[in-house]
Write a protein of this length. Structure first.
Length: 193
């Protein structure tokens, strides 16, 4: 395993441990020192007006969002790093599947038409989690030394993509699904050993 990949895995593992510590804090109503400024409400004007149940659920789900944010962006970084090494700076045109490139271009156009600040100049930042998996699979000759098995990787990515839905669309994960998320993330890291 490459040193940079090992460092990324270390960071993501720490996020999982932090999420577990926060769960213990909530379950036992104790503070183990992991409640920081990021747990504070963003806008004191409106935040207190939301029901306490919703605020508590948001705090619980925030940890899952942070893990997914790190996972998805670390996958993007891995893809860019490896494909740039192999194909150079124009790797996107050479190595990204055509349907992924087309969808990313459509997402760029759609975002431009809204008038909001464009999120990035990199087309990969306009891909979905599932499309990242397609890029890896279509370049398996390059990523085969990073992951153990393509079939296992496909299964893991499919599960993560399913679990991503509630997190990205502001609904709570059931307790079993929180467990499934932790186990699937462990499977992801195991694939990279």
């Amino acid at each position: 395993m490459r040193r940079q990949d090992a460092l990324k895995l270390f960071g993501l593992n720490n996020l999982l441990i932090e999420a577990d510590l926060r769960k213990i804090e909530r379950a036992h109503d104790i503070d183990l020192g992991h409640r920081g400024a990021q747990d504070e409400p963003v806008d004191e004007t409106y935040y207190p007006q939301f029901a306490e149940r919703i605020r508590d659920e948001a705090a619980r789900m925030a940890a899952h969002y942070r893990v997914f944010y790190c996972l998805e962006n670390s996958i993007r970084d891995l893809i860019v790093e490896r494909l740039e090494e192999e194909h150079g700076s124009d790797w996107w045109d050479k190595a990204a599947p055509e349907d992924v490139r087309k969808q990313a271009a459509a997402n760029v156009k759609k975002e431009i038409k809204t008038g909001v600040t464009r999120r990035s100049d990199a087309p990969i930042d306009f891909t979905t989690f599932g499309e990242l998996g397609e890029i890896i699979k279509s370049n398996w000759a390059i990523f085969g030394d990073t992951f153990r098995d393509i079939t296992a990787l496909e299964k893991i990515l499919a599960t993560l993509n399913t679990l991503r839905g509630p997190i990205a669309h502001c609904t709570a994960l059931a307790e079993d699904e929180e467990t499934r998320l932790r186990l699937t993330l462990r499977d992801w890291f195991r694939q990279m050993e």
